[in-house]
Design a protein around this ligand. Structure first.
Ligand code: SF4
Ligand code: SF4
Length: 486
């Protein structure tokens, strides 16, 4: 099965119960943002920008758990910011499990190995030696760390930790192969760390998914290569969504960067072109989401937005109308359902009810529509059933041949190029940061100019102030930027 049976049954029961009760609107997935603090500052990240005045605020643990109870979604996607920075993340995961929910921890991957070492230290027994040896041999854990795990003190032994469970997935943000991904997150070594974390998680028996956002400059070939590589790593499933052309990002791009937003964002027609092969990907790889949503992305049908089914809760309350667009926050899910004029959003029969929705085809607005039978067509239920219950695609052996490490690992990261440019005293240093057709992008190398963030918002152009700052730093310090991930 593409998605484990117990989890499929749980979601199916939830939908059937509400259909029988004729509940007009109900939650399928809660996007829970306990904080917006992050260890990265990805280009164009909407979360750290939109909530810049509340980056230090956090949702208390009991309030997070109460939000899950409030909307009663069977799945909770714990996101942010970086959720592994949340001081009570282990207790949050344990609390959500105690409520019987399926949990996705949406992470940039940088703290995953630390959290898994905590798990090993808390649960260590000689039975773990085999896995520990494999981790050391694969250089995913050092000898010193292995000894610390073996000799953990009582505090580490009694710590609440995140343990493997069929009800939990690490959901790692990966937007391309090494060069592209590190470019997007503006730090070299992040892709390498993500891969190390995925490998460690698989050795320890965790379920791992990835999430990817596709933008105008994304090269389809690179996405396919990325899926092959991740499949070969035995990743359990992938979420993929088109980038979103939303008002705030457009304004930001025009005002702050002086760029034409049309250069970066996908229109509906472009999305359909990029996703024309998604159904083939769904046969080769374990793409999460319904085949009905895949047909929508491929331009084979229309769906109506059901953003209320994937509500977002954060430091300001229930965010409406959707994960990406903010017209207000509400104190309870039911109040949000009642007070928001839902029929003012989305695209119906090709006509945008709100101009900001015009080009939106994102997963959090339309994937639930496929599962809930919105715009139902004969055979949809069977299609969804067959997709979920058919055998999970096997790990792709061709993934071993993908040149995934095409940046930092081979000295060809974006900072490396910037340094080389500066060292050669070329005036066009910023070209080293440019993406896609506007810069040094090499279409034959998989260096696609993918722009995406875990907040599924558009990446800003590469000549951002942060990058200019980095270049200046390199100039001042003679290239003294550490190339190791934190
Ligand atoms: S896109 Fe995600 S990882 Fe990047 S800065 Fe934003 S919250 Fe952090
Ligand atoms: S179509 Fe739905 S998910 Fe997309 S921006 Fe509009 S309200 Fe949000």
């Amino acid at each position: 099965m593409r998605f484990p049976l117990a989890l499929t049954l749980k979601i199916t029961r939830h939908i059937v119960r509400h259909k029988v009760l004729r509940t007009p609107k109900f939650a399928m997935v809660l996007q829970l943002e306990p904080l917006h603090t992050c260890n990265l500052t990805c280009t164009g990240c909407g979360r750290i920008r939109e909530y810049s005045t509340s980056l230090k605020d956090m949702v208390p643990l009991d309030q997070c758990l109460a939000a899950a109870t409030d909307c009663d979604a069977p799945m909770v996607s714990v996101c942010g910011g970086e959720p592994l920075i949340y001081p009570k993340i282990e207790e949050l995961v344990a609390g959500l499990r105690a409520q019987g929910r399926i949990i996705y921890i949406c992470t940039n991957g940088m703290f995953m190995r630390k959290k898994m070492r905590d798990y090993l230290a808390a649960h260590y027994s000689p039975a773990f030696e085999d896995k520990l040896s494999r981790l050391v041999a694969a250089e995913l854990v050092t000898e010193k760390e292995a000894d610390q795990i073996r000799n953990a003190d009582p505090a580490a032994r009694s710590k609440v930790t995140i343990a493997p469970s069929k009800w939990m997935y690490w959901n790692v943000h990966v937007d391309g192969l090494e060069y592209t991904h590190d470019l997007i997150v503006e730090r070299e070594g992040v892709f390498k760390e993500c891969v190390a974390a995925i490998r460690m998680a698989k050795i320890l028996g965790f379920q791992v998914a990835t999430n990817t956002t596709v933008y105008k400059e994304t090269q389809v070939r690179e996405i396919e290569d990325m899926f092959s590589f991740l499949s070969w790593l035995d990743v359990d499933g992938h979420t993929i969504s088109p980038g979103y052309d939303y008002d705030a990002a457009k304004k930001d791009m025009a005002k702050r960067l002086g760029r034409n937003p049309d250069d970066f964002f996908l229109t509906r027609a472009m999305t359909r072109d990029k996703f024309r092969d998604i159904q083939k990907w769904g046969e080769r790889f374990t793409i999460f989401g319904t085949p009905v949503y895949q047909e929508f992305l491929a331009g084979k049908r229309e769906l109506t937005c059901t953003a209320w089914a994937i509500p977002t809760y954060n430091v300001k309350g229930w965010k409406a109308p959707c994960y990406l667009m903010t017209d207000g926050h509400y104190p309870s899910y039911s109040e949000m359902l009642t007070k928001v004029a839902w029929d003012k959003y989305g695209v119906v029969d090709g006509v945008a009810r709100d101009p900001r929705c015009e080009n939106c085809m994102v997963h959090c607005g339309y994937d639930p529509s496929g599962a809930l039978g919105t715009n139902y067509q004969s055979g949809d239920n069977w299609k969804n059933f067959r997709y979920n219950f058919s055998a999970r695609p096997k790990a792709d052996p061709t993934g071993a041949g993908v040149k995934a490490f095409n940046g930092y690992s081979i000295g060809r990261g974006h900072l490396a190029e910037a340094k080389a440019t500066v060292n050669q005293e070329l005036s066009g240093a910023r070209s080293a940061f440019a993406r896609g057709g506007s810069g040094t992008s090499d279409p034959t190398s998989g260096n696609a100019g993918v722009g995406a963030t875990c907040a599924a918002e558009p990446a800003a152009e590469a000549s951002s102030a942060q990058r200019e700052e980095l270049l200046n730093h390199i100039k001042r310090n003679g290239g003294g930027i550490p190339l190791k991930p934190e």
